[in-house]
Design a protein around this ligand. Structure first.
Ligand SMILES: [Mg+2]
Length: 169
């Protein structure tokens, strides 16, 4: 699709910020299924800012190339998921971004570049569908899971299927 697009077509595509806002809306609507998706947040290290602001942010720890979004939720072999979001066409991955992506992967994080909110939603769906790994906090019930607090155990009671996806923690 994108190959046949003219520069004018590409200008009409949503901006990265619009893609991201749409993704966050989508994520909000998925919380019935994965309560922990509410932990998805944006790391605001991009966008225009004055020289003075840029200097202050840098001093306070903002770093160029850090991915846009982080989901601090372990799944499968990963500690968490970083997403570098781009427009559907035209956005390029900078050298700093490539470096961060590699270093975060080395630390055991899943890191992907997604073009458009739909690609990011697909990735989140896939990632959250991986095996739940912090089993001291979660009990797997009938293929779903419920969060439990550290001291509580699930007791036999109501049909566990009614508990799937319910956040008790
Ligand atoms: Mg980005």
């Amino acid at each position: 699709m994108t190959n046949s697009m003219t520069p004018k077509d590409k200008r009409l595509l949503p901006k990265e910020g619009q893609e991201q806002a749409t993704l966050m809306n989508w994520a909000k609507m998925q919380s019935w299924r994965w309560p922990e998706i509410a932990l998805l947040f944006h790391i605001p290290n991009g966008g225009g800012r004055s020289k003075a602001e840029a200097g202050r942010f840098k001093a306070e720890g903002v770093k160029a190339g850090v991915p846009d979004l982080f989901l601090p939720v372990p799944r499968g072999e990963y500690h968490g998921l970083f997403i570098e979001l781009k427009r559907q066409a035209g956005g390029r991955v900078s050298a700093e971004q490539k470096e961060w992506i590699e270093k975060l992967r080395d630390q055991g994080y899943r890191v992907e570049v997604c073009r458009g909110w739909e690609a990011a939603a697909e990735l989140l769906r896939e990632y959250l569908g991986l095996e739940v790994t912090n089993t001291d906090k979660y009990d797997v019930v009938w293929g779903g899971f419920v969060t439990i607090d550290a001291s509580a155990r699930l007791e036999p009671g109501p049909d566990p299927r009614t508990l799937i996806g319910v956040n008790r923690g």
